[in-house]
Structure formats: C-alpha cells, structure tokens
Design a protein around this ligand. Structure first.
Ligand code: DGT
Ligand code: CA
Ligand code: ZN
Length: 624
C-alpha cells in the first residue's frame, strides 16, 4: 500500500475516533500523521525496512506499528473494526463543510440520522435547527451543502475516471469478436468531472464481451445485464487517495451502426439535439443506430462520414457542447486545436525547496523524459509559510543551484520562476528588485478567499499591473468537487490581462483545471495568451499538464494561443525582452496598444506592455 492511501486511512481513523468521542489529542495525532506522510519525500516501505519510521516527527510507537501493518499487509484490523462500528452513510455526512464529527455525532445520537437523505428530510422538517449547537443558520447551511453534493456528489475527477476507464477498456478490446471499441460520453469530450463511464463496442457476437464486462476486476455489483447492454458499479483505486465508485455502461452494436452510436453516446446531449434537428431539416432522421431518409439509409464508415453527410467538417469531441461548433464546422472554420505534443515545456512546478516532493534535478529529469525541452521552477514565496515559501536568501541560493544545473544539462533548460503570493492588497510577496532576478513570475492567490468580489477583483488586477508578473496562476482557486473558487469578476481580470499583456494560466492539475474552458474561449476572444501548467508537486505530477491541454482544447485554443508551445530559445527571448521592458520605466509603458504582430505568438511575444489607461505610475510603485 502506498503513502497516499496510508495517509487517507490515518485521516479516516482520526475522524472515526472523533465520531466515537475520543480525546481530541488522540484524534489529532492521526490527522497530523496523515499530513506528515503526505509531505514525506522518501519511500515509506524503505523507511520501514530501515527501521526509521519512528524517527519521523509525530510518529510514535502506536502509529509506527499501525503504519507498518498497513504498508506490509495492506490491511489494518483496528481500522476495519472501527469502521464497522458506524453506519456507512455517517461518513458521507462529513462531506458537508458545515458538519464536523461533533455535529455528526449529535445528529446520529439525538435524531438517529445516519445518511444524507435522512439529514435532508430532518432539515426540511425543521428538526435540526432546534438541536443544541445548531440553529436556523446551520440548518440552512446544511441544506445548501446537500444541494451542492447533489449536483457534484456522484461525479469524479477526469483523471480518476480516465484511469479507471482505461483499465476497463483494455481487456474488453482484447475480447474475441470485438471490432471497434471506444470510451464515449463526457470522458471522450474530456470534461473536467465525470458522472459515469460509457463504453461502446461493435461485434457480431456480443456474448463474450458482455460476460467479460460484468466480471472485470473492480466490478462491485451488476446493475443490469441484457444481450447487448449492461450496467455495473465499479470501484477504482486512484494512486493518490480514496477509492472512487462509479457506474459503467457497455453497449454492443453491429459494426455498421458503430459511427452513429459513437456520435450519439459521445454527446453532449445538447449537441446531439442540434445535430438531429439539422438532419431533420434535410429530410433525414438521425439516431444512435443510423442516418436515414424516406426509403433509404445513408451508410457511414466513420464519424467523419457522418458529419460530411450533414455538410459538416468532423468536429473534435471536446468541442461538442453546442457552443457554435456546428456553425463553425459548416463554414470550415473549426479551430486546429492545440495538441499534447505541441507543448514544449511548463512553468508552474514546485520542488522540495518549498512544498514539492522532488529535487530540482529530479524534476528536470522527469520533464525531459516526457519529451519537454524546458522546465520552469516556481516554488512558493516567503509569506506562504505553510508551504515552506522561500525567503529572498533562499531564492538566491536556488538561483545558484539552477545556474549550476543549467551548466550541466545538455539540450534542456531550467527557467527561474516563483509562484509569488498576491497579498491581500494586491501587492506582491517579493519586492520588485527581487522579482527582477527571476526569468518569470507566476502570481497567485492562496489566502483571503473571503474578500468581496470587488475587493478580490481589484486585488488580482493590481497584481497583474505589476510589470514583473508574467502569468496569473489558478485564476479562481477552485478545487473540483471540493471547493468553489473565490468570488471574482473574471471578465475584469481577463480584460486587465489583455491590457497588461499578462498570460493566464490553465492550471492542469486535475484537482483544479482552472481557468475553466468557458473562460479560455473568452480569453482568446480578448487576445489574452494562455499557458498550460501542471502545478506539479512531484516529478510524477508534471505529466498532469495533459489535463490542461484537454481544457485548452475544450476552450477552442490553437497552438498559437498557448505560450508554452514556443521553443526554449523563443521563450528565453520573450521572457528576457519582457524583463528588460519591466526594468526600464521608460520602455515599459512605451506603447499604448500591442504592436501589430504582438497578438500572435508566431509574430513574437510583446516585449513591452501597453500602458493601462488613466493610470499614471512611477516604475517602482507597482508592487508597493
Ligand atoms: P456525464 O455522464 O454526466 O459526465 O455526461 P455524459 O455526457 O457522458 O452523459 P450521459 O452519460 O448521461 O450520456 C452519454 C451520452 O448519451 C450523452 O453525452 C449524449 C447521449 N444522451 C444521453 N441522453 C440523451 C438524450 O436524452 N438525448 C440525446 N439526444 N442524447 C442523449
Ligand atoms: Ca457518461
Ligand atoms: Zn498555487
């Protein structure tokens, strides 16, 4: 069992002990140990082997023994017995942000509430408000929380569903008689969260593949099984957390029907409805089995032929959200979407200098193995002490280390960056003189999420006006299925980014996917360039930028819209030009609008930023 899973179990033990009413110190010891393990950058099994586990701060004898049992046997009777004491629905209640273990315990003991449905009913009957320590406000918060869970609760992250879908699809593809097989639905459209896995295959003999499907490892329950259609509940074990459970459907069609079924089950529903209407306008009928007119059927060998039969270019699945893709396909003006292979390097990565798990060198090696030409190191800045942010002195040391590595690395380049905190008033966590020593600056909000929309927007826009800021990190701070972003007027932020020539990050960490694809489209319309980053906290996480590419594609972005499709040499030149412009007050605001060609990456990246209208400033006032 790996570290992340062990940490998740320790965390759960802490919570279960709280539910049981144990002494808070004992409960906290488990929560703390979970955090410690997550941060640990050595292999757990090695640590146990060397007998050094109890040298880790916060891990005493008891915890040492429990962790050892978990890692070596994969089980922990203590945990399993503890868990069995509580109804499974009780833990679900803890997913509500307004409920801690104490409150859950009270609800269970006093009202017999042990799942979300009962809790909802009790709130609606106004029975929760009168409990001691609750009140009308809490009851309202609980109801709102349940509503949020109803909308998101059964969904899982794209990366987790993808991994599970691949596990299911591979053995099915190898089944005798299977001709074509594709994972459809929101997974094929690369949506950021997924409700269920839709698998489609073609075969003349559905029996074997149907049988294989319902007996795949991970199948917890067969919900339905017919001759060509089956539905199961499956469990996946993502390497980085709690198991996920979701439904998977399999449909088997004849190969001649495959293109129609593939199109139908890819969706989206809105896109399908528009396509069906288009067919009808041409006297044709379109459904999941065929395209047909009165007395004739229109055979199509693949999706491209299906689109062509309706007078359309083939529409990439990511665009099928009924936001203008059909019109664009008709007029042959679909974008040539950016591809994973277009990305030549990434900028937002953390190392063990702050809260990452790898050394700079390990990160560089991992990036190189992915085929990247360059990697930007952007550790946290000084005020983010919880993430071990770098002091100015450590920044200087890190720069020396990067210089040493760059002198050694052949055909690969490290850029010096920082993920610099945007302070509550919109100033930056490092002063301009220090900022000028970096190749680039990612500015991000990590604190004070509760400002009003107006304050938050002004705060971020002010940061964008600092000429040393190269890009804005994770623009809304959302955590998918966990936390909504802070309130911010993104339109105003995008406009400020356009005015100041600041890049906007598509944070590809599958937990964030922030900027959202909807806003990518808007950014592009305003001429803002985007940069796709993994926000990696370990060498393995660098590859996560691929989910950022999914977002970019859903946002209609092309290679030229994405900064890190440039080569290392082009990036070095663009960043140097920009830093020079930022350093010389005279040049910095020397042009009022982007020069012709500035708006296209192929034409070069704007070295000087246009001056914000109606704002006079001295070169040094920007970060004060
Ligand atoms: P999800 O599962 O919520 O993440 O999103 P989808 O898009 O995978 O939705 P799902 O699994 O309910 O259905 C898969 C596809 O089947 C959907 O994208 C389009 C098609 N579909 C489902 N229901 C309808 C419908 O009522 N009308 C039409 N035209 N298509 C539908
Ligand atoms: Ca689906
Ligand atoms: Zn961040």
């Amino acid at each position: 069992m790996d570290k992340a899973r062990v940490a998740a179990i320790l965390d759960e033990i802490g919570t279960l002990l709280e539910l049981q009413g144990e002494n808070p110190f004992r409960c906290n010891a488990y929560h703390k140990a979970a955090r410690t393990l997550e941060q640990l950058d050595v292999n757990l099994a090695d640590l146990i082997q060397a007998g050094k586990l109890d040298e880790v701060p916060g891990i005493g004898e008891t915890l040492r023994d429990k962790i050892t049992t978990l890692v070596t046997t994969g089980h922990l009777p203590f945990y399993e017995e503890l868990k069995a004491k509580f109804p499974p629905g009780l833990l679900e209640l803890l997913r509500l942000p307004s409920l801690g273990p104490k409150k859950v315990k009270a609800l269970y003991e006093q009202l017999g509430i042990d799942d979300l449905a009962k809790l909802k009913a009790a709130c609606e009957a106004n029975r929760v408000a009168s409990l001691r320590g609750f009140g009308a406000k809490t009851q309202q918060k609980i109801l709102e929380g349940i509503q949020f869970l109803d909308q998101t609760g059964r969904r899982v992250r794209l990366d987790q569903a993808s991994a599970l879908a691949d596990l299911l699809a591979a053995p099915l593809r190898a089944c005798p008689g299977v001709q074509r097989l594709e994972v459809c639905g929101s997974l094929r459209r690369r949506k950021e969260t997924i409700q269920d896995i839709d698998i489609l295959c073609s075969s003349d003999h559905p029996g074997p593949v149907m049988d294989r499907f319902v007996s795949l490892p991970g199948v917890l329950q067969v919900i339905a099984k017919g001759e060509t259609k089956a539905s199961v509940m499956v469990q996946g074990e993502p390497p980085d957390g709690r198991p996920i459970i979701l439904n998977a459907d399999l449909r088997v069609v004849r190969d001649a029907q495959f293109p129609f079924a593939l199109h139908y089950f890819t969706g989206s529903k809105e896109h399908n409805i528009a396509m069906r209407a288009r067919a009808q306008a041409r006297g044709l009928k379109l459904n999941e089995y065929e395209l047909a007119g009165p007395g004739r059927s229109v055979p199509c060998r693949d999706e491209a032929e299906l689109f062509a039969a309706l007078g359309l270019d083939w529409i990439p699945p990511e665009l099928r959200e009924q936001t203008g893709e059909i019109e664009a396909a008709e007029e042959h003006r679909l974008p040539k979407l950016v591809e994973l292979a277009d990305i030549r390097g990434v900028f937002h990565c953390h190392t063990n200098w702050s809260d990452g798990g790898g050394s700079i060198e390990q990160m560089a090696e991992a990036a190189r193995r992915l085929g990247l030409q360059y990697l930007g190191i952007a550790d946290h800045s000084q005020s983010l002490t919880v993430a071990n942010g770098l002091s100015p002195e450590r920044v200087r040391q890190q720069h020396e280390e990067i210089d040493r590595l760059n002198a050694r690395l052949r055909g690969f380049r490290l850029f010096k960056g920082t993920e610099c905190d945007i302070l509550p008033d919109g100033s930056l966590d490092f002063d301009d003189r220090l900022l000028a020593t970096f190749d680039y600056v990612v500015a991000s909000v990590h604190t004070h999420f509760h400002l009003s929309e107006k304050e938050q927007t002004e705060r971020i826009c002010r940061a964008l006006r600092n000429p040393y800021v190269t890009m804005l990190g994770h623009a809304t701070g959302r955590l998918l299925l966990k936390r909504e972003g802070y309130k911010v007027d993104l339109e105003a932020v995008l406009q400020e980014a356009a005015r100041t020539g600041t890049l906007l990050e598509i944070n590809g960490h599958p937990m964030r996917l922030d900027l959202d694809w909807v806003h990518c489209k808007r950014a592009k319309a305003l001429g803002v360039k985007l940069v796709i980053n993994p926000d990696a906290h370990s060498p393995a996480e660098i590859a996560g930028y691929r989910y950022g590419v999914d977002v970019a594609r859903r946002g209609w972005l092309e290679k030229g819209d994405v900064f890190n499709t440039l080569t290392a040499a082009q990036v070095a030149k663009a960043l140097a030009g920009r830093r020079k412009a930022a350093g010389s007050g005279a040049r910095r605001w020397s042009c009022h609008s982007p020069r012709p060609g500035c708006s296209s990456l192929s034409g070069g990246w704007p070295a000087a930023r246009p001056r914000p209208p109606n704002r006079r400033r001295s070169p040094t006032s920007s970060s004060s």
